[in-house]
Design a protein around this ligand. Structure first.
Ligand code: M6R
Length: 625
């Protein structure tokens, strides 16, 4: 979603802002803008453009045409008001007394607008953000604090009390050259300290934007305000008390966020899965005298706490929810604990029954998804212990959960998740096997066999990747199709959900996942010549049933692709094209079967000439509800 970058220091700000914004392009956006102030003239230059960042770069000669060493920039993903240069950020008050960029949503903007109009303010955009800019302006004008900085801090604090919703803000005050302010509630914000030729401070909504300049960052927490100059950084709470906050070192570097010779981030990330899954599993598997054991102590979750779990809720959105759907089955089968997968965006609205003994596992790549964060908070309010399975270190969900099991996927740039999905799954296999061992629902031999199978997964994912040329050929053949169904039963239905989402989000082909047995209860009426049906059949005991459902689809004219482990060759009698994946423990088959489905979606998107990494209308991190 929207991205924020700010800089104050010795260098020209505009090229740094544009570079930082380009590192956030993957988040999805439809317009962009910068505001840069020239210290000599105190003039703040604002330039905005609809569409890709290249438009803004052209308008500013890659930033060279806008002079000044202090500024803020933004990529906007429209919520209130159409995508346009006018609605793009920065937004500002008269004579640019206050200039802001904003991520999040000001929920009470209508009410603020009305009261500001009564005060004589006029609005020129349709955005919620403009209400925050003008509110800040009115409080700044009203303040009688002795210095400009105190006036600014007072105005920001008053604004934070008055607005409802979520925000990360970068703020310039027209009469304060060389000073940049920031404030946050429920939308991420970091500040990095730059040394050497870039000396100064950078502000950003996400780590990749600052990596070219520094790896030492401070995470701004909810209801905190920061004041940045070239030399100084001060952070305050909403009561105006100054806080001491530690700088942390970002472990991954800028190179991890580069394409590394691949045409798209998505393909690079698909290929990183063996490494990412290994990094997530191996450090948590320890050799002991009696065999291997799973050690989840790095998460902060004790064996004692896990032993007391009587029910598991797996909560997430999109692909993270699909991980929850698969993990639910694995946990129930192995640990014999009731488990449910919950859509975070629905969870709160049905007043969920949360009994004692429940463990809520919130799954999120970004750790910032608004609905997942809200579900986590609800669980915490209701006294339910929470475990986050998160990729982005220091993200809101990671920080607010009682325990965090990090997935070591590294930065995921492509909007369509691949390696984060695979590592979330791997992390939850660890939880399932650990729970089972603690509860005694599996014996030692089974535990050892499962752990051995987990350790073999990275190499098997590698092998699943080897079949990509055949998939590319098939994808080219299928690129023009209009409807695709993915069908499967049990775990295969969970895989189908992910395969279908991958395809629709990056190829714009209508696709649906259906529980294979449900097809004949309605959706089979949609099957006709030219519809592609992908049958996922990784579960031995369900194989024959899914093949029967494929036969029913074929009789109605569907073209069939089968996806099954090596050895299940009988499927060839029914389908037109088969993809085999290495054999593994059936409960872990999702990790292998998802790979061809990712590749299928990727190649179809390429064949259709689409923007694979930045699909239309989508954002990498969905920070609004
Ligand atoms: O950052 P999160 O894992 O919380 O994001 C959840 C979904 O928005 C995400 O999985 C989305 O569905 C992906 N684009 C799917 O590829």
């Amino acid at each position: 979603m929207c991205g924020i970058v700010g800089y104050v220091g010795v260098r020209q700000a505009a090229p740094i802002l544009l570079d930082g914004l380009s590192r956030l392009e993957y988040r999805g956006y439809d317009s962009a803008g910068i505001a840069v102030r020239d210290e000599q003239s105190a003039h703040i230059e604002v330039v905005k453009a609809k569409g890709r960042l290249t438009n803004l770069m052209q308008m500013t000669d890659s930033g060279r045409a806008v002079s000044g060493t202090c500024g803020i920039g933004h990529t906007r993903w429209a919520t209130h008001g159409e995508p346009s240069a006018l609605n793009a950020h920065p937004h500002y008050s008269k004579e640019k007394r206050v200039v802001i960029v904003h991520n999040g949503i000001i929920e009470n903007y209508q009410e603020l607008r009305e009261s500001l109009v009564r005060k004589g303010y006029t609005f020129s955009t349709q955005t919620d953000t403009e209400a925050a800019a003008l509110l800040l302006d009115s409080y700044y004008a009203e303040s009688s604090a002795p210095s400009p900085r105190e006036r600014a801090l007072e105005a920001i604090r008053r604004m934070m009390i008055r607005v409802r919703g979520s925000y990360a803000l970068g703020i310039l005050f027209g009469d304060q050259p060389g000073v940049l302010y920031a404030a946050r509630k429920d939308s991420p914000l970091i500040i990095g300290r730059c040394e050497g030729e870039n000396e100064g401070h950078v502000l950003a909504s996400d780590v990749p934007a600052v990596l070219g300049y520094t790896r030492r960052v401070v995470y701004i927490d909810n209801l905190e305000i920061a004041c940045l100059t070239r030399e100084e950084l001060h952070i305050y709470n909403i009561d105006g008390e100054e806080l001491e906050k530690p700088f942390v070192e970002i472990r991954w570097d800028a190179a991890a966020a580069e394409k590394d010779g691949f045409e798209h981030f998505m393909m690079k990330e698909i290929h990183e899965q063996p490494r990412a899954v290994r990094d997530t599993l191996s450090p948590r598997i320890r050799e002991e005298e009696g065999g291997r054991v799973i050690d989840l102590s790095d998460s902060g979750m004790t064996d004692e706490a896990l032993s007391g779990v009587r029910r598991v809720l797996l909560i997430g959105c999109g692909s993270a929810y699909h991980v929850g759907m698969a993990a639910r089955t694995v946990i129930e089968q192995l640990a014999r604990v009731p488990a449910d997968a919950e859509l975070a965006s629905e969870f709160r609205y049905r007043s969920p029954i949360l009994e004692e003994g429940t463990l809520a596992i919130v799954i999120s790549q970004s750790g910032e998804t608004a609905d997942s964060l809200a579900a986590l908070r609800l669980c915490r309010e209701r006294g339910v212990p929470t475990l986050a399975v998160v990729n982005v270190v220091g993200s809101s969900i990671a920080r607010e959960a009682d325990a965090v099991l990090y997935t070591w996927a590294g930065p995921e740039i492509s909007v369509a998740t691949t390696k984060a999905y695979s590592t979330q799954l791997a992390a939850l296999y660890l939880v399932a096997v650990k729970l089972a061992a603690l509860r005694g629902s599996i014996d030692d031999a089974r535990e050892q066999a499962l752990i051995a199978e987990l350790l073999a997964l990275p190499e098997k994912i590698e092998r699943a990747l080897a079949d990509k040329e055949r998939l590319q050929w098939f994808a080219n053949k299928m690129a023009a199709c209009r409807d695709v169904f993915f069908i499967g039963r049990g775990l295969d239905y969970a895989i189908s959900m992910e395969g279908s989402l991958k395809l629709k989000e990056i190829s714009y082909i209508h696709s649906e996942a259906y529980a294979a047995g449900e097809l004949k209860h309605g959706a089979i009426s949609l099957i006709e010549d030219g519809v592609l049906v992908v049958g996922v059949a990784t579960q031995p005991e369900l194989f024959a049933k899914t093949v029967s459902n494929l036969t029913e689809a074929r009789s109605r004219g569907a073209y069939l692709m089968g996806l099954t482990p090596y050895g299940q060759y009988a499927i060839e009698d029914t389908v037109n094209f088969t993809v085999y994946v290495p054999r593994t423990e059936a409960l872990f088959a999702t990790s292998l079967a998802v790979v061809p489905l990712q590749l299928l979606a990727y190649y179809i998107s390429c064949a259709r000439g689409l923007d694979v990494d930045k699909p239309r209308n989508l954002a990498k991190s969905v920070t609004v509800e």
